[in-house]
Design a binder for this molecule. Structure first.
Ligand code: AQP
Length: 350
């Protein structure tokens, strides 16, 4: 592989960070730090792609940006060893997205299920940014020529699009890439999605067929990273289940989405497999399993909530982390932009 391995991923500052974001993404961000150079981004430019009513306006955006940064750090991301920053501080994201806009095809974007879901029936009224979201995401990743991207299951299709864009850029500009020194004609890597663990798609606590989501109108559908111990315990107790006892084997979770979801959450939080969890709780009633799950959630999440609270109470400190991270990110981004511009044929000041 001709590329140095590098990890990139992002989280939108759209409020209500939840257990799905934590288990599907942030936990894996933390793990990847042991083996890779990592860049973790608060993607504030993505956050404004929906209506103001969704992202909440300027004051809310800044507050949420600091809160996601605090969640990264409270969960164990080290901003000294790795890079933590907010997207809008590095102009290369928007610049590379423009080049990629001219590489990506309308048909590719038209197939994106997240756009279809978020735009709903009123597509004419959706922002151009929402349609273009996956192209900006490709630029986020490839600006750092990242090779690995830890994400939840819902982002798989967008990652495939990033790979298509990288591949088409390499093909379209192959001769120019070679004439600028890359003999193999490859400038961008095809980034690999890392979708790992037993909770890559955490489902709503009210409906096991729906993804746990920041924008769900029911707060009881999700566990927010900022929830206190009582709220967490109450939400788990109220979580929808079915009347059957828990099965003893994983096969018994098929067609039981709520049970499957709760067992998956338990497994992910305790770093065990679902089979192992069922060996302990199989055959028992949901009530005792829920008590154990509530206790586990509180043990794992309450310290994070406490640390987040402490960190957001000092916005100056958070901003200095973001500024420093942005400086380091910009240095890498600048190199990619210079080379991309040369490859495309844009004249630049030398
Ligand atoms: N339910 C989930 N299970 C597992 N992983 C999830 N992720 C999101 N929801 C789940 C992962 O979290 C990372 C950051 O996601 P994002 O900032 O792009 O947020 P999102 O996907 O927009 O979050 P929501 O809650 O799904 O928002 P809305 O309500 O707007 O639809 C990503 O890696 C994502 O896969």
């Amino acid at each position: 592989m001709p590329f140095v391995e590098r990890v990139f991923s992002g989280v939108q500052p759209t409020g209500n960070l939840h257990l799905g974001n934590y288990l599907g993404a942030i936990v894996n961000f933390v793990k990847m730090q042991e083996t890779h150079n990592c860049i973790y981004c608060v993607v504030d430019m993505h956050a404004i792609t929906q209506g103001l009513d969704v992202w909440g306006g300027p004051a809310e955006l800044a507050r949420n940006t600091r809160e996601v940064t605090a969640a990264f750090i409270a969960s164990g991301i080290d901003p000294k060893k790795h890079i933590v920053f907010n997207q809008s501080q590095v102009s290369g994201h928007a610049e590379l997205a423009w080049i990629f806009n001219c590489v990506a095809r309308m048909g590719w974007l038209g197939r994106m299920t997240q756009f279809k879901e978020k735009a709903g029936k009123d597509r004419e009224n959706a922002s151009v940014g929402l349609f273009d979201y996956p192209v900006l995401m490709a630029a986020d990743i490839l600006l750092y020529r990242a090779t690995h991207v830890p994400v939840g299951e819902d982002q798989k299709q967008h990652l495939e699009l990033s790979r298509d864009i990288a591949q088409k850029f390499n093909n379209d500009f192959g001769d120019s890439i070679r004439s600028h020194g890359a003999n193999d004609g490859l400038f961008f890597p095809l980034p690999e999605p890392l979708i790992t663990g037993p909770a890559t798609r955490v489902m709503s606590l009210r409906d096991g067929t729906k993804k746990m989501s920041k924008s769900d109108a029911s707060d009881n559908s999700r566990i927010n990273l900022t929830d206190d111990a009582d709220t967490i315990a109450q939400k788990i107790r109220k979580a929808k289940t079915d009347p059957e006892p828990l099965p003893s084997e994983e096969k018994g979770l098929e067609a039981r989405p709520e049970a499957d979801n709760l067992v998956g959450i338990f497994a992910a939080l305790s770093d065990r497999s679902k089979a192992d969890v069922l060996r302990e709780f199989g055959g028992g009633q949901f009530s005792s399993f829920k008590n154990a799950l509530a206790e586990l959630c509180v043990t794992k999440l309450a310290p994070i909530a406490g640390e987040m609270k402490r960190l957001v109470s000092d916005p100056g400190h958070i901003d200095s982390i973001l500024n420093e991270g942005s400086d380091r990110a910009r240095a890498i981004a600048q190199e990619t932009m210079n080379r991309s511009k040369d490859i495309v044929g844009f004249i630049r000041r030398r």
